[in-house]
Design a protein around this ligand. Structure first.
Ligand code: G3P
Length: 218
């Protein structure tokens, strides 16, 4: 499963990029709003930190506005920018047009299989099903990824599924078991993926035993 970072915070992106296993970045208007810079400034800086797909979301609700804004965002860095579009009829029309123009898209705010089918039929490059927000609404999130992956396989869609709204390590594990192509993960959760108390204890024991062996050669 490919790992992306879900943030617009430049310090977090810079740190995660050093680990070598974070291969892309997703942003949204709420994440951009926390940074105190314009969307163009933030996205431009992210393109210097991550050599992979970077989702930048349109804010217009009208088809024409989405096309105009999407083209402007794409022009920031055509090698990396993916245009994030909302799950609306205007957003799906824009996904169809961007496909025709060869501009990659990520249809966001997907909460069920039916919406995923619409986005895949519209030629979206990526779709982002949201797990945490389903949990927040008291709805079942565990099966969403595996169900969408099954539909993708049934019809041979080449859309990539980005599991989003990930809140904890269990969500990441569920996505991997469910076969998600990609998981986009906030920095706090990404940082936790490597930790396990048994790994920590095991390393301490190895350190102590290695010191005993090293003492023999003194
Ligand atoms: O990038 C979209 C998504 O991951 C947002 O997550 O935690 O705001 O539901 P969250």
């Amino acid at each position: 499963m490919i790992l992306f970072i879900d943030t617009a915070n430049l310090k977090e992106i810079e740190e995660a990029a050093k680990w070598g296993y974070v291969k892309g970045c997703t942003t949204n208007p709420s994440l951009i709003a926390k940074e105190g810079l314009t969307q163009k400034e933030v996205i431009t800086k992210i393109t210097k930190l991550i050599d992979g797909p970077i989702s930048a979301e349109v804010t217009s609700e009208e088809y024409e506005g989405m096309i105009e804004q999407g083209k402007e965002l794409f022009a920031i860095d055509p090698k990396h920018i993916v245009i994030k579009l909302p799950m609306t009829n205007a957003g799906l029309k824009a996904a169809q047009e961007f496909k025709r123009l060869g501009i990659p898209t990520n249809v966001t705010l997907c909460f069920n299989v039916a919406q995923a089918v619409l986005a895949m039929e519209s030629g979206a490059t990526y779709i982002s099903p949201f797990l945490g927000r389903l949990d927040d609404a008291g709805l079942e999130s565990m099966k969403l990824i595996s169900d969408i992956m099954k539909v993708k396989k049934n019809y041979g869609y080449d859309t990539k599924i980005i599991a989003a709204s990930i809140r904890n390590v269990e969500h990441v594990q569920t996505c991997a078991i469910g076969g998600a192509d990609i998981a986009t993960i906030p920095f706090a959760v990404l940082s936790k993926l490597i930790t396990n108390p048994l790994t920590k204890d095991g390393l301490e024991k190895f350190r102590q035993d290695a010191a005993k062996t090293a003492a023999l050669s003194k």
